[in-house]
Design a protein around this ligand. Sequence first.
Ligand SMILES: *Cc1c(COP(=O)(O)O)cnc(C)c1O
Length: 392
Amino acid sequence: MKITDIEQELERLKKSDSYRAVTDYRMKSATRCFDRGGKEYIVFSSNNYLGLTHNKSVIAAARKSERYGSGSTGARLTSGAGFELSEFEKEIALFKGMESALVFNSGYMANLGVLYALAGEKDVIFSDSLNHASIVDGCRISRAKVVVYKHNDMNHLEELLKNTDVMPDGQRFIVSDGVFSMDGDIVNLPELIDLKQKYDACLMIDEAHSFGVIGSHGGGTPDYYGIDPKKIDIHIGTMSKALGAVGGYVVSSKPIIELLKNKSRPFIFSTSIPPSVAGTALKSLKIIEQHGNRLFERLHYNTNLMRGLLKQSDLKIIDGITPIIPIITGDSKTAIKLASYCHDNGILLCPIRPPSVPEGTSRIRLTVTAAHSEKEIQKAAAVIKKFMRNSL
Ligand SMILES: *Cc1c(COP(=O)(O)O)cnc(C)c1O
């Protein structure tokens, strides 16, 4: 783009209701924030599923590890990253029932890092059409052939697996979100595993919104379906959602993890996360292991409460069981109007527009957490319904 065309492009974005702006809020608790003017909001736009960002012992663990410096001072291969990070890696591998783990600086970088290191020109990646942007971008930088299958459509995937040639020394990869970030639905893991075995493919599942959220132990999709986690070759996860910190991780076999350490540029050429962040994620993980049941129960209770309340109206909700509740408005203008009405009434919601979702499927992506009170949920549902009544 010519630099002189930028202002015109920004105008175009504004006119098409696609312009994005950053507003910062300070989190007072896991569900309450205030803006710079001091106005308070109830937050229904976060991925803080278990509310662990404001758990006292998690914050205490962050402080404790901060004693070992505010930063990690360099890339992992040059200066290491304190002991908390490798303790987290050991713990997450164990928890997920896999051999080994490696932390990247974000979930985004983990997806890029794995696809970059493992897939190349000779390989073919089969990718769900609603996969997260970081998977899409990982596919791009891998330089592998990319074949996109219809969302969660196993018949379409099989047809493509059958009809796409791969070189004799090439590998097929199947990549999917576990819980889809914008629709909140769950991958058809049992059939995906059948197909992976039938076509000798390597299966990678991104558990960003499923870890700590679904499954009786919060173990994500394999836990939810009661499937041996080793049937998934590569598990991607983030420390920024249920774990209330920041960072991304890959859990897999030892050889794959060792290869990543040696060949994954997003891992090699970026300073690793600081001890306080690793300490935060480690403590959150231990809380999930020890007291998870109580949190999952609360999360599911709140999810059902909110889904039930919203269903009593004319809203177009995508059905499901996860705390990601999409309210489809179709056009971007209505999504923005609804979010802005809620904002005026002290409820923070996020309008989602293309290119984050397909054209014509703009929506509010409402997320419920274990930390919300019944009152907060009832208030949000009432405000949303009132907007609907007024706009009819
Ligand atoms: C949020 C998300 C990511 C990115 O994780 P970050 O740690 O925020 O970079 C990756 N994959 C999916 C499916 C996500 O929803």
